[in-house]
Design a protein around this ligand. Structure first.
Ligand code: HEM
Length: 276
């Protein structure tokens, strides 16, 4: 693992050096630009090691996780057309989707936060297909758990996946059922530690609100302006490491829709097909 990290860091160092040298001719800032600038804002330029660590952390913590959840979201929408239709109904009822188009100016933060069913769908994707299986902690104080003594100084891992799989609050834990988070059931409300896709405690995920917003925007876009279908005969097998993802990707065909919900034929099949 340490050797693999060194290999990645070598590649990153090259990319960072190129970026530091070519500062002209770009009209946008990417994540690495922002990282470099953020150090300067606080009067302390980040060292090359800090930049490499920060970049690697973002690639795993921010990118791989969100990509995993996005793929799981698309897969569940493909498997559960009724969920997709219910999402569309919610978008219509809130005036966001009208005649097959996202109404101009309607995608505001307060509108998105008001979409309760969408919130349930994203929560359920993150419960059943939690991208990160767990986290590591150092034991600061000796403690006892179920009759076992865990000594100070040990490294321990808490498992998010096992927690979601065994938490007594979830009925039919293997079933994809967004309504479990809906009004009346609110299965995540009992107990603080049964539902933790973003971890917990002081090291809880820094990007959780951004990640949820991103996933919601993706779901709205998919539900509103496209039709999509599986491009393979069967759904792919899912593997869990390093994040939940389909073996060999999830092959999907996307079709744009016009305001009459007719497909917009803008390209060949190969242009419309995508692996996520
Ligand atoms: C669906 C998407 C995401 C999931 C499931 C997720 C999950 C997690 C989890 C479980 C942890 C805690 C690990 C631990 O207990 O040690 C964590 C930490 C972290 N996440 Fe996320 N994350 C997501 C997206 C993001 C995004 C988009 C960003 C940044 C833009 C981000 C930045 C971080 C950072 C910086 C930490 C480390 C915090 C610390 O150690 O103090 N994450 N994430």
């Amino acid at each position: 693992g340490i050797r693999a990290r060194e290999t990645l860091q070598k590649g990153l160092e090259k990319a960072i050096q190129e970026k530091l040298q070519n500062t002209q001719g770009k009209d946008y800032a990417d994540a690495l630009d922002i990282l470099i600038e953020s150090g300067k804002e606080h009067g302390k330029e980040l060292t090359m090691q800090e930049l490499k660590d920060g970049t690697l952390e973002l690639i795993f913590a921010a990118y791989a996780t969100t990509a995993s959840a996005s793929t799981s979201l698309i897969m569940q929408l493909l498997k559960h057309p009724r969920v997709l239709e219910k999402l569309r109904e919610e978008l219509r009822s809130k005036g966001i989707l009208h005649n097959g188009c996202i109404c101009e100016g309607s995608l505001r933060l307060d509108n998105i936060h008001g979409l309760q069913y969408l919130d349930c769908v994203i929560k359920e994707v993150l419960r059943l297909f939690t991208p990160i299986s767990g986290g590591y902690r150092t034991v600061l104080q000796t403690f006892e758990l179920d009759g076992f003594q865990i000594p100070k100084g040990w490294s321990v891992m808490y498992s998010i996946r096992d927690t979601h799989d065994t938490a007594p609050v979830f009925k039919d834990v293997d079933v994809f059922d967004p309504d479990r988070f809906g009004q009346g059931r609110s299965e995540d409300k009992d107990g603080r530690f049964h539902y933790l896709p973003f971890g917990g405690g002081v090291r809880t995920c820094l990007g959780k609100h951004l990640a949820k917003l991103f996933l919601k925007a993706l779901a709205i876009e998919l539900a509103s302006t496209s039709r999509f279908e599986l491009a393979t005969r069967t759904f792919p097998r899912i593997t869990l490491v390093p994040v939940v993802h389909p073996v060999d990707g999830l092959k999907v065909k996307f079709f744009g829709l016009d305001s009459n919900q007719n497909e917009i034929l803008t390209g060949t099949d190969s242009m419309l097909g995508a692996t996520v």
